[in-house]
Design a protein around this ligand. Structure first.
Ligand SMILES: C[S@@+](CC[C@H](N)C(=O)[O-])C[C@H]1O[C@@H](n2cnc3c(N)ncnc32)[C@H](O)[C@@H]1O
Length: 248
């Protein structure tokens, strides 16, 4: 077992990139989430896919809609596949914690099922940096934890390699996202072990008009560990003439 949990994660995705796709219906998943995001983005948006995987479907669909998409992932195999599968986007192999971008460079950050692989202690700081990278009115779409849990599956997806997760509960993510300067617009519980749910369930997330985050939470991987929450956070737009930020 690696002493650095990030190495366990990187090796796991290097080994099981294809198996992950087979298990989670990569081509069709996240349909309503992507449609919702496309509705909210400006005409030509700068989007970062953080822990982007193979770029399918998020980078693929956003790039096809004319947005400038960059994807970052710690796994070399995921990045290699992303470059082949989504030539219209740019992909870089890097760990999220090492990523440094200029302030206000992005219209949206999409981080689905990736933040929960980082060591928990690094997650609030990363959310803080995301808050700085986003422009006023920018969006964060992120899956977080629902109940706190840290642990390893020694035989992930039956593929003979370990995988590691670490996450706090939904209330902590709400605090960290808010501390990052984002307004939580939507929260939604996403049942684990039903990663197809967002694709097959057309229901739009509950959303307060003019607010800023979707937050979906779910019980657990294989219905054992309470884990996924999807949140959409928006950076408030400045109120004209005030110089201060207000909910947009
Ligand atoms: C469950 S997959 C999700 C991939 C994609 N976001 C999706 O939803 O299809 C998680 C991805 O996060 C990446 N990842 C995990 N830890 C990371 C880190 N510290 N920095 C960058 N990428 C990371 C993994 O390599 C993997 O490709």
């Amino acid at each position: 077992m690696d002493t650095d949990p990030r190495e366990t994660v990187r090796r796991g995705y290097d080994a099981l990139s294809h198996r992950y796709d087979e298990a989670f219906g990569t081509d069709t998943k996240y349909g309503p989430w992507i449609a919702d995001l496309l509705d909210r983005l400006p005409e030509t948006a700068e989007v970062l896919g953080l822990g982007c995987g193979t770029g399918v479907p998020v980078a693929r669909d956003l790039a096809a809609a004319g947005h400038r998409v960059r994807g970052v992932d710690i796994s070399g195999v995921q990045i290699e596949r992303a470059r082949a599968l989504v030539p219209a986007a740019e992909f870089v192999r890097a760990g999220a914690a090492a990523l440094d971008l200029p302030e206000h460079a992005l219209d949206a950050v999409v981080c689905l099922y990736a933040l929960i692989h980082l060591p928990l202690a690094e997650q609030p700081a990363l959310l803080g940096r995301i808050g700085r990278w986003l422009r006023p009115g920018g969006l964060l779409l992120v899956t977080t934890g629902h109940r706190a849990w840290t642990g390893t599956d020694p035989d992930w997806l039956g593929g003979g390699v370990p995988m590691r997760w670490s996450h706090g509960d939904a209330a902590h993510y709400r605090e960290w996202i808010t501390a990052a300067g984002l307004v939580v617009q939507d929260e939604e519980f996403v049942p684990e072990g039903r990663s197809d749910t967002p694709c097959s369930a057309p229901a739009a997330p509950d959303r307060a008009p003019g607010a800023g985050v979707v937050h979906r939470t779910g019980p657990a991987w294989r219905n054992r560990w309470g884990r996924s929450t999807l949140e959409v956070g928006a950076v408030p737009r400045p109120t004209p003439g005030s110089g201060a930020h207000a909910a947009g």
